[in-house]
Ligand binder design. Structure first.
Ligand SMILES: C[S@@+](CC[C@H](N)C(=O)[O-])C[C@H]1O[C@@H](n2cnc3c(N)ncnc32)[C@H](O)[C@@H]1O
Length: 322
């Protein structure tokens, strides 16, 4: 499902050897041996209507692909039927041939919070770690990045990328079914590295900051988005058991602690560009994501707390330079 363009892009980054090693890994991941639903997803992609979108605009809040008139009534029905095979749609939104895919997250709001402050992406090689459906990776390309490599180990999200790529056909964006631990050591080649929504899932947050640094070229920029706590709750919250019903949240630092960690790991120009308490308008159940969402994870008598009694999710965006 990946073309030679991916391997050409990796070669441009000086990563042809890794590209060669990756080929069999990618083939194994994109198979029913790796995920029991793979054949169902592949069949759904094959049944997507044959159509060429009259427009593609990666610079819209809802990434725009095609217009309603590009498809016949029958094709519209088929498109919707196939898209439902990829539930839950968490990161977006997308507007596909006039169908608004209202994802669980308004990921465009996060994008709007960071885009004005980061080093302009024009011409840059970008790594988007934990990219989910690739929503932000597409926005990065919309901001003229030369190449965006997204990685995410969750297969359904990688398949959502393939749905969009089927119509967008832009080989300057690739999403691979990999976790961060599968990247080679010391890549030292990306101009910008994004880690958004991932640090708190890592057992050793400082080791994660070091891994991110090793992906960057000298003076490259890290864009780190993660859960934080107010200083009044201490330096770092180590949840006992779940946090907002998530099982794998290991640590939630204060902004000051996070700044300290980044500096200790050798980053320069460390700064916080945004702090935001996640609202139930930004993360919610929708037609395209029918499971529980943020409002179910908050204490109904005190929305400032999670159901476990911890401070409700608040997120910071940090920038730092290698
Ligand atoms: C909270 S989501 C964030 C998605 C997106 N970056 C955003 O900010 O909207 C975290 C993502 O990290 C992915 N993830 C989990 N473990 C990972 C790992 N070891 N390496 C890379 N990604 C991982 C998950 O599959 C999920 O898509």
């Amino acid at each position: 499902m990946y073309s030679h363009h991916l391997f050409d892009q990796l070669a441009e980054l000086g990563l042809s050897e890794w590209g060669a090693r990756l080929e069999p890994v990618l083939s194994q991941r994109l198979s029913a041996r790796h995920h029991g639903d793979f054949d169902k997803w592949q069949a759904a992609i094959a049944r997507l209507p044959e159509a060429i979108p009259t427009l593609v605009d990666l610079n819209q809040s809802a990434i725009e692909i095609g217009i309603a008139a590009d498809l016949s009534a029958e094709q519209h029905n088929s498109l919707l039927e196939q898209l439902r095979q990829f539930h839950p749609w968490r990161k977006g939104p997308f507007n596909l041939f006039g169908h608004y895919i209202d994802t669980e997250w308004r990921s465009d709001w996060k994008w709007d919070r960071l885009v004005k402050d980061i080093a302009p992406l024009s011409g840059r090689k970008v790594l988007d770690i934990g990219c989910g459906s690739g929503y932000h990776s597409w926005r990065m390309r919309g901001a003229a990045a030369d190449f965006v490599l997204g990685i995410d180990p969750t297969m359904i999200f990688v398949m959502q990328y393939f749905v969009m790529q089927r119509y967008i056909q832009d080989y300057h964006v690739a999403v691979l079914p990999l976790g961060i631990d599968e990247l080679p050591d010391q890549l030292n080649c990306f101009d910008s590295v994004f880690s958004m929504g991932l640090l708190y899932h890592r057992r050793d947050p400082k080791a994660h900051l070091q891994e991110l640094k090793s992906c960057l070229r000298d003076e490259g920029e890290l864009i780190l988005e993660t859960l934080v706590i107010d200083e009044e709750f201490g330096d770092v919250l180590i949840p006992e058991g779940r946090y907002a019903q998530m099982r794998n949240v290991w640590s939630i630092p204060s902004i000051k602690t996070l700044e300290g960690w980044l500096k200790q790991e050798g980053y320069n120009k460390v700064r916080c560009i945004d702090v935001n308490v996640t609202s139930i308008e930004e993360q919610r159940t929708t037609e395209w994501m029918q499971f529980q969402s943020l409002s179910d994870y908050l204490d109904s008598s005190d929305p400032g707390k999670t159901t476990e009694g911890y401070p409700a999710p608040m997120r910071a965006i940090m920038l730092a330079e290698k």
